[in-house]
Design a binder for this molecule. Structure first.
Ligand code: C5P
Length: 222
């Protein structure tokens, strides 16, 4: 059986989370959603009334916040200073501000340290994010970079949110593009495929197909 670390990076709306959970379930692996940690940090920033673009204030606020993620009885657990924010981290307000918060180097250092500590003891683990294969776990066993055509990503996100109106889908597409550009162009840990990653394009694959492909890759990595 596969043992080790699988990293799953890529832009928004590729179905990364569903795929990561699916792969973890198939391999009996632990699972870490690092995006949830940046989103939780963003909740702390917004609740403190801090401007997400004020890097110093953001760094101070996040340094003082206790961020915890995990799963309990199959449900996602996300806490900021002991308060459950699992629903709030998916709000439009948090989604708009998260890229600015996650571009602050001190925030990244803090959360990357925490991420490494969380996975250190796991024998089999799937970690999803933007910089996992490049920065967080450069020696991971298997690195996947998940992509999909931009229109397909916007449509999938719309499907998740139950949005069918073409104008609203166009707004979603613009928002995905903006977040990807921001994540790809930041100085610290930009979104890009690790050199030794396997690029999986999910444009023409459903999520089960992507999970199957990654499980296959894991099996041939043993
Ligand atoms: O994956 P998710 O969409 O929840 O991530 C939210 C945001 O958190 C991303 O757009 C990115 O700005 C940031 N992020 C990051 N590094 C990670 C995971 C997420 O910068 N490893």
């Amino acid at each position: 059986a596969f043992r080790g670390q699988i990293t799953l990076d890529g832009p928004s709306g590729t179905g990364k989370s569903t795929v990561a959970r699916g792969v973890a379930a198939r391999l009996g692996a632990a699972y870490l959603d690092t995006g949830a940690m940046y989103r939780a940090a963003t909740v702390a920033v917004l609740d403190a009334g801090v401007d997400p673009h004020d890097a110093d204030a953001v760094a101070r606020t996040v340094a003082a916040a206790r961020i915890e993620v995990g799963t309990e009885a199959g449900t996602e657990l996300v806490l900021v200073d002991g308060v459950d924010v699992a629903t709030r981290i998916r709000s439009a307000e948090v989604t708009r501000a998260v890229s600015a918060v996650s571009a602050v180097p001190a925030v990244r250092r803090q959360l990357v340290d925490q991420q490494r500590a969380l996975v250190a003891s796991a024998e089999v683990v799937v970690v999803e994010g933007r910089d996992i294969g490049t920065v967080v776990l450069p020696d991971a066993t298997l690195k996947i970079y998940l992509t999909a055509a931009p229109e397909v990503r916007a449509e999938r996100r719309a499907g998740q949110l139950g949005i069918t109106d073409a104008a609203e889908i166009a707004v979603l597409a613009a928002d995905l593009r903006r977040r990807d550009e921001y994540d790809s162009s930041r100085a610290d840990s930009p979104l890009r495929p690790a050199e030794d990653s396997v690029v999986v394009d999910s444009t023409d694959l459903d999520q089960q197909g992507v999970v199957a492909r990654i499980v296959e890759l894991a099996a041939s990595t043993v």
